[in-house]
Design a protein around this ligand. Structure first.
Ligand SMILES: Cc1cc2nc3c(=O)[nH]c(=O)nc-3n(C[C@H](O)[C@H](O)[C@H](O)COP(=O)(O)OP(=O)(O)OC[C@H]3O[C@@H](n4cnc5c(N)ncnc54)[C@H](O)[C@@H]3O)c2cc1C
Ligand code: FES
Length: 533
């Protein structure tokens, strides 16, 4: 979907709110694919995963073609907060219980290696992307058990993470915290912009505004009918658009919210902070707060605070609508970071939570051996996407890699999924079914406000209707093009969101997030039509 950024430039991003990263950079645009092509590897998706994979493969001597249907970084990579961490969203004591001690070590090793990879690349290629090594502080949420930090210290240490106990002051309170050393942060779009230039320098090709409509083991076909045939196919679309069922039963989509506030320069150290999550929230995955500092201008830094997550399309299960989540973040922010004054940026994005907390990187299950996916970022997609660059390159080049098994998308040990997945997945689905009959918003077409969407019955047909700022009305079909669940209106990002597996669509039916890969049927009516009904 096209928007205009603060420099009056057209950008693509998956929502109406412009993230700081998108607002502060020029779009990373290439030409549209306009002929048939043949290559070693075709990569679909121009976020950190697709770009890193293309970079690593091109560096290893493979001829690559990357296609992206918006601009580079117009998916979740442009909507992130870009903490680079080995202090994962999921606790090491939990990963150890699910995967065992040896695998917990491999997981820690892979994230440490991903941050090292980014640092090495930034240094070697002289990339101007605000990369910094920083410390990260994990402190207890009041609803969490007091021994949770002790358990995490033991498990993380065993896994090979460099950490220690400390005390931090936030607002009026001191908090016992775990200090994770050697974490990192950067500006994600500045980083992948240079990786793209290096891909092209290595002989690769990049096409933006190019949608992969059909995908199979021979290659891809675009909306315009152009074909890229390849020996290997990599789908890096965040939620895999080539895998209709299997992967979407193993992960769950969450919306997450961010505010950015200018604060006096140097008034806070450049660091990362996280609380351990609200265990009283109506969600099996305790939503937590994540905070960082970004250089802004000569007088200010930007304090970036995220959190208030909920399963996509189900914000109302907690009776807190999408657009009200920023107020909660602001309240929490002011209590913990009194340096904060007003909100200068706000945006939301989507993370994919895998059933056992770890990303899926490798062969696409039940597909030919030459088709690969990366998905299930688990809120750590900057490092998971980088791990994908290293791992998928090794898989394609037939090189041994110790991370292969632990990240395999085919892994499936039901008992290891834990109650979290079942409660969230089954609970989410039950909640979806409960709200389904109410989906008809019981509103007449004329009662829909400007910039609002409702599901209405019109001429005997259930339709999604959106009234734009000129009073023109845009209708979409209400069945998601992935597997037919009924979409719900997200009044915050002005999108139609699917509660089943996280597909999202614009008011004109264009896909914002997969797994849907086909738009909703759409038609628009001039505002005069409202006076005639
Ligand atoms: C608010 C927020 C905060 C986060 N904070 C952090 C953090 O601090 N640290 C961290 O590690 N992770 C974080 N994450 C997660 C991280 O941002 C994501 O996991 C990561 O950006 C995903 O990258 P990706 O390349 O896999 O997907 P994306 O960046 O979404 O890229 C996929 C691309 O595929 C394209 N595409 C889709 N379908 C097609 C098609 N058919 N044809 C062509 N192109 C297609 C899309 O346009 C998109 O650009 C955060 C996420 C959010 C939303
Ligand atoms: S995302 Fe699967 S049915 Fe909508």
């Amino acid at each position: 979907m096209k928007y205009i950024n603060t420099n009056n430039v057209q950008v693509f991003t998956a929502g109406t709110h412009l993230p700081y990263w998108v607002a502060s950079t020029e779009p990373i645009a290439y030409t549209k694919l306009s002929e048939n092509k043949k290559t070693d590897v075709v990569i679909v998706g121009g976020g950190i995963s697709g770009v890193t994979i293309a970079y690593c493969l091109s560096k290893s001597g493979k001829k690559v073609i990357l296609v992206e249907d918006g601009y580079i970084g117009s998916g979740e990579t442009g909507r992130t907060t870009a903490h680079l961490v080995s202090a994962l969203d999921d606790r090491y004591y939990d990963l150890e219980a699910k995967f065992g001690e040896a695998n917990a070590k491999l997981i820690a090793e892979s994230h440490i290696a991903a941050i090292d990879f980014i640092e090495r690349t930034v240094t070697a290629e002289n990339i101007d992307c605000d990369f910094e090594r920083v410390k990260g502080y994990l402190f207890l949420h009041p609803t969490d058990k007091p021994d949770s930090l002790d358990k995490e210290f033991e498990a993380a240490k065993k896994a090979g993470i460099d950490l220690e106990f400390t005390t931090i002051a936030l607002g009026d309170n001191n908090h016992k915290a775990l200090q994770f050393n050697n974490q990192g942060q950067f500006h994600p779009l500045k980083y992948i912009k240079t990786l793209c230039e290096l891909i092209v320098k290595n002989g690769g090709e990049i096409y933006t505004n190019t949608h992969a409509k059909e995908i199979d083991y021979t290659g891809i076909t675009t909306n315009e009918g152009f074909n890229v045939s390849a020996q290997s196919i990599v789908i890096a679309t965040n939620s895999p658009v080539n895998n209709k069922y299997m992967m979407h039963l193993r992960q769950y989509a969450y919306r997450t919210y961010v505010i950015g506030s200018k604060i006096p320069k140097g008034s806070l150290p450049t660091a990362l902070w996280w609380d351990t999550g609200n265990f009283e929230a109506n969600s099996e995955i305790a939503p937590y707060h994540y905070i960082r500092i970004q250089k802004f201008d000569d007088e200010h830094d930007l304090l970036i605070i995220g959190g208030e997550d909920h399963p996509t399309g189900l914000a109302d299960a907690e009776h807190i609508l999408e657009e009200d989540r920023y107020t909660l973040l602001e309240k929490w922010g002011k209590e913990h970071f009194p340096q904060m004054e007003k909100i200068n940026y706000k945006w939301s994005g989507q993370v994919m939570e895998p059933m056992d907390s770890l990303a899926y990187i490798g062969h696409n299950p039940l597909d030919k051996d030459n088709v690969y996916i990366v998905t299930g970022d688990s809120g750590n997609g900057m490092t998971h996407g980088t791990i994908a660059g290293i791992l998928i390159t090794d898989l394609i080049n037939d090189k041994k890699n110790n991370w292969r098994e632990v990240y395999s998308p085919a892994r499936f040990k039901l008992f290891k999924a834990g109650k979290t997945f079942f409660k969230e997945f089954v609970g989410g689905f039950v909640s979806y079914l409960k709200t389904k009959p109410k989906h008809l918003d019981n509103t007449g077409l004329k009662d829909i406000k400007q910039k609002e969407g409702k599901i209405i019955e019109f001429d005997g047909e259930k339709l999604g209707a959106y009234r734009d700022e000129n009073d023109d009305v845009h209708f979409v079909e209400v069945e998601c093009t992935h597997l037919g669940c009924i979409i719900k209106w997200n009044n915050d990002e002005k999108s139609w969101d699917c509660p089943c597996h996280g597909s999202r669509f614009t008011h004109q039916g264009e896909v914002l997030n997969g797994p849907a890969n086909k738009p909703l049927r759409h038609y628009s009516q001039h505002k005069d039509f409202l006076t005639n009904i």
